[in-house]
Design a protein around this ligand. Structure first.
Ligand code: ADP
Length: 190
């Protein structure tokens, strides 16, 4: 089993690279942002709850996210593993993920972090906002909040995996194919 955490700030390119990774390595894509947006589109209670946080650029409470991920893991079978995209975003989520995987006889193979400077991130998110229809991509203040939340709450997750010798940083600026090649080399080494 290959279980990869793709890590990086909002706009780092996790979604783009995930698409390529799942195709090449036949993994199941588990993006918490995508799952929330699906709930939002379907108008479920979970979607309504998440919207309040997402629209402001804040994190959805840990327990809500963790239950949703657990559900997805429990309902996926016959997969070669998962690519976790946008999760875990707090140390509590990382600890919960370890427990969930352990219950299934699995573990995280490694975390791959996409490194992108903040000015580049802001430009990318604003550009995406023109077509993404995402309230959180449209406004400078919300983008700044998301980057701040990332620095305060999410960055410690990198340390969590670094301490386990499972952390690898990759330059996230450049050609999509070139970045993907670097990611592939890391996954092949697991
Ligand atoms: P981005 O990485 O561009 O910010 P995502 O699609 O990953 O976009 O997430 C969008 C929003 O969904 C986040 O700002 C947050 O409100 C919510 N969200 C997604 N994943 C998580 C998570 N693991 N924990 C808490 N909130 C989350």
């Amino acid at each position: 089993m290959l279980n990869v955490v793709l890590f990086g700030p909002p706009g780092a390119g996790k979604g783009t690279q995930s698409e390529k990774i799942i195709e090449k390595f036949e993994l199941t894509h588990l993006s918490t942002g995508d799952l929330f947006r699906k709930h939002l589109g379907e108008g479920t209670d979970l979607g309504k709850l998440a919207k309040k946080y997402m629209d402001e650029g804040h994190l959805v409470p840990d327990q809500v996210v963790i239950s949703m991920v657990e559900d997805k893991i429990n309902n996926t079978s016959g997969s070669k593993g998962f690519i976790f995209d946008g999760f875990p975003r707090t140390t509590a989520q990382a600890e919960a993920l370890d427990k969930m995987l352990k219950n299934h006889g699995m573990a995280i193979s490694g975390m791959i972090a996409l490194d992108v400077p903040h000015d580049v991130l802001k430009e990318r998110i604003k550009e995406r906002g023109k077509t993404s229809n995402r309230a959180d991509d449209q406004n400078e203040e919300k983008i700044n909040t998301r980057i701040k939340v990332y620095l305060d709450e999410t960055l410690p997750v990198a340390k969590y995996y670094e301490e386990q010798g499972k952390f690898k940083k990759i330059n996230g600026v450049g050609e999509i194919e070139e970045i993907f090649n670097q990611i592939s080399v890391v996954i092949d080494s697991y």
